[in-house]
Design a protein around this ligand. Structure first.
Ligand SMILES: Cc1cc2nc3c(=O)[nH]c(=O)nc-3n(C[C@H](O)[C@H](O)[C@H](O)COP(=O)(O)OP(=O)(O)OC[C@H]3O[C@@H](n4cnc5c(N)ncnc54)[C@H](O)[C@@H]3O)c2cc1C
Length: 462
């Protein structure tokens, strides 16, 4: 098994051209920094709006988290519905759940409308319980989905074996409108669409500094009226909000293609995208050519400070998977790759306009492709036409100074990883934001948020 992102292998097979780096100074109305799901979605908003838009990406489009991801398009990401209900109540949870749901719709619509070839698979979600605790989690998820009026099917320990070829699960919940994609090909497909529609894209162009409307790269610079940062692993020199961002590491692996008999033995009825109820959960689905895409992690490596490239963790995930599906004992996994997901302490994104420089927007810590897609579009809409938008209240949920159990200054005393784990655990299992939610509603009634209009003078130089 070699250390290599499978989606890069698929990309090399497509012979997609790379956009050259920026090598001069240009002016623009809008500059977007970072071309993952969020940045590409932001750029997409500017198609046909008569604003000169530039997108700078330090790698290739989709070259970081988006293009490493497993491509599960589901609203769940790391946040379970029951956790949102506990924190924000039914109304707040519904409001927040609609963020990734809209993100999925946007991605699906782009794929179909622009015929982006990205191994699009219709795959119902199957959340699988392990042991008695897992069965409780399944029932909790079922209850939460019902409370929000969603459709789903519940399987108990006996029924679940009719849809998944394993005796390792204590139950499951299944639901529709979820999909699987090759997210790197999606990002590259979006790149082609944007370029065709006069958005200037420069790959291999890292923004190294920003001041007074001007962003510099190693070889060029852009002066823009509005700058939207959709960059990951952002350096403190580029944003004073960089400290709000944490990372969670997960690992992926890909197998050789399964024959039809093997496919039927694990998915007797339908090909699902699956994840289980354990804390550091495993997840798997089939690609279009019937390879198993399997992911997971370990407690030790999830919050590790640096990238862990060893195959030890994924070897363990593969071993457990084969114990759960003994019929796949002889299956060979050929490539694996790690990835650190940007996240905030409560797994909700952070979106804001810098109060000191309202032309500077930040979209940070989006966990999940659908979240990132919605948030990029949100920032784009609000950067130029905020008075025409009716969803300002998301700025309140996603503000950088929202309440966390352990304050940021504690990081100077105990480690950043420890503060992250405690806040993260608190937000997931104990935090209640009903009061904050009430405050959000009051705020919405009494003032219009972030009503700053774009600055229209254009005489700035780098
Ligand atoms: C292994 C793995 C598996 C995952 N599986 C799933 C999944 O199945 N489903 C799901 O929904 N989510 C999944 N995720 C999470 C998901 O990939 C991310 O949440 C999502 O891609 C975030 O999108 P983004 O656009 O915010 O960030 P990114 O995709 O990280 O994009 C940010 C971009 O900014 C660029 N950049 C950074 N700094 C600069 C700079 N200074 N100048 C220019 N460019 C810069 C980066 O190169 C990058 O391309 C997974 C993540 C990983 C790592």
């Amino acid at each position: 098994m070699i250390l290599q992102n499978w989606w890069f292998t698929t990309l090399l097979g497509m012979n997609e051209p790379i956009r050259p780096p920026l090598k001069r100074h240009i002016r623009a109305d809008v500059l977007i920094v970072g071309a993952g799901a969020a940045g590409l979605s932001a750029a997409n908003y500017f198609i046909g709006r008569g604003l000169k838009t530039v997108l700078l990406e330090k790698n290739i489009c989709g070259g970081s988290s988006s293009g490493k991801s497993a491509g599960f398009l589901t609203p769940d990401s790391e946040l379970e519905l029951s956790q949102l209900i506990r924190r924000f109540g039914i109304t707040g949870a519904k409001d927040l759940w609609s963020v990734p749901t809209k993100g999925i719709e946007m991605m699906k619509s782009n794929i179909h409308r622009y015929q982006i070839s990205c191994d699009f698979q219709i795959q119902d979600s199957l959340f699988l319980g392990i042991g008695k605790g897992g069965w409780r989690d399944i029932q909790e998820e079922m209850k939460s989905r019902k409370a929000l009026g969603f459709d789903q099917i519940l399987y108990n320990e006996t029924d679940i074996q009719s849809v998944i070829g394993s005796k390792g699960y204590s139950g499951g919940v299944r639901y529709k409108d979820t999909y699987g994609i090759d997210a790197l090909l999606y990002c590259q497909g979006m790149k082609k669409l944007l370029v065709r529609n006069d958005i200037d894209i420069y790959e291999s162009s890292e923004v190294i500094s920003v001041s007074d409307h001007c962003a510099r790269t190693h070889l060029g610079s852009v002066t823009a009226e509005q700058i939207i940062f959709c960059a990951d692993k952002i350096e403190p020199s580029l944003s004073r909000y960089a400290d709000n961002i944490y990372h969670a590491q997960t690992f992926l692996s890909i197998s050789e293609p399964l024959n039809e008999m093997m496919v039927k033995s694990i998915f007797p009825e339908d090909k699902f995208q699956c994840w289980d109820s354990t804390l550091v959960y495993s997840y798997f689905r089939l690609t279009g050519d019937n390879r198993i895409l399997l992911g997971g992690g370990s407690m030790l490596t999830t919050f590790s400070k640096n990238d862990v490239n060893s195959s030890k963790v994924i070897d363990m995930v593969i071993r457990n998977f084969k114990n759960t599906f003994p019929q796949l004992k002889g299956l060979r996994f050929i490539q694996y790759w790690p990835g650190r997901i940007d996240s905030t302490r409560d797994l909700l994104p952070t979106i804001l306009k810098d109060p000191a420089a309202p032309w500077l927007h930040f979209v940070l810590g989006c966990v999940g492709l659908p979240w990132a897609t919605f948030c990029g579009d949100f920032a784009a809409r609000h950067s130029v036409q905020t008075d025409q938008q009716d969803d300002h209240h998301y700025y309140e949920y996603f503000r950088a100074d929202r309440h966390f159990f352990v304050p940021l200054w504690m990081e100077k005393i105990i480690s950043k990883q420890l503060v992250f784990s405690i806040n993260n655990g608190w937000a997931k299992y104990y935090q209640r934001d009903a009061e904050n939610n009430k405050r959000t509603k009051e705020l919405l009634l009494t003032r219009k948020l972030n009503n700053s209009k774009p600055n229209t003078h254009s005489s700035r130089e780098c």
